[in-house]
Ligand binder design. Structure first.
Ligand code: B4P
Length: 187
């Protein structure tokens, strides 16, 4: 099963993808996690990404696309995957369509987690306290929300136009949201 999980920062994509991965036995590929790992490892890519991530802006498409293509070429992604945090803008969505056509692996499901913007701010503020992630400061959270509205919301329309986008209510406890996602996937 090949799945794209869409939603604003704090909508629960990463949280739910971690659960779906175990149930569906396919890898959870988060471009945010891949980028944070590169920052921690101090690779050339990580050094270029760090300041951009801390400002709440998107890392450049060429860096993210190269990183994703490498990840999708790994053995464990042959039987399917959950993409979390990608695509983030229309150029990435079109590049993904092109890549999946080239490797003959069409997307099966596009799911959007819907959460009220005020609740998103509360969730990220709690994570800032719990985990101290550098991009969860109030200023960066505001910037990430703006980037989402301007650049990522059109990606949702892209999948809606193509048909097959499923919108899932992301408000509720973790188990409730998880059950809704499974129902939307028919799993
Ligand atoms: P991401 O890592 O994708 O960060 P995110 O949008 O905040 O989502 P995340 O998955 O971490 O959080 P979740 O909603 O699960 O991106 C970080 C940065 O990396 C970007 O700003 C950008 O700079 C860069 N980047 C990533 N991908 C890129 C790309 N493709 N192109 C360019 N740049 C890219 O959870 C948030 C919080 O809510 C958690 O604390 C969680 O516990 C809580 N939560 C979740 N579900 C809940 C629920 N039902 N109830 C209560 N709390 C809940």
């Amino acid at each position: 099963m090949r799945i794209v999980l869409l939603g604003a920062p704090g909508s629960g994509k990463g949280t739910q993808a971690a659960r779906l991965k175990t149930r569906l036995d396919i890898p959870h590929i988060s471009t945010g996690d891949l980028l944070r790992a590169a920052v921690t490892a101090g690779t050339a890519l990580g050094l270029r990404a760090k300041a951009v991530m801390e400002s709440g802006q998107l890392v450049s498409d060429d860096l993210v696309l190269g990183m994703l293509e490498e990840r999708l070429a790994q053995e464990d992604a042959r039987g399917g995957f959950i993409l979390d945090g990608f695509p983030r803008n229309l150029a990435q969505a079109e590049a993904l369509d092109e890549l999946l056509t080239r490797i003959n692996q069409p997307m099966d499901h596009a799911l959007q987690l819907e959460v009220d913007p005020e609740l998103l701010i509360e969730r990220l503020a709690s994570r800032a306290q719990a985990e101290g992630r550098a991009d969860d400061t109030p200023e960066t959270v505001r910037a990430r929300q703006q980037v989402y509205q301007q650049q990522t919301a059109p990606v949702i329309e892209h999948y809606a136009r193509r048909g097959g986008l499923k919108r899932v209510d992301g408000v509720g406890d973790l188990d409730e949201v998880y059950e809704r996602l499974l129902a939307a996937l028919g799993a």
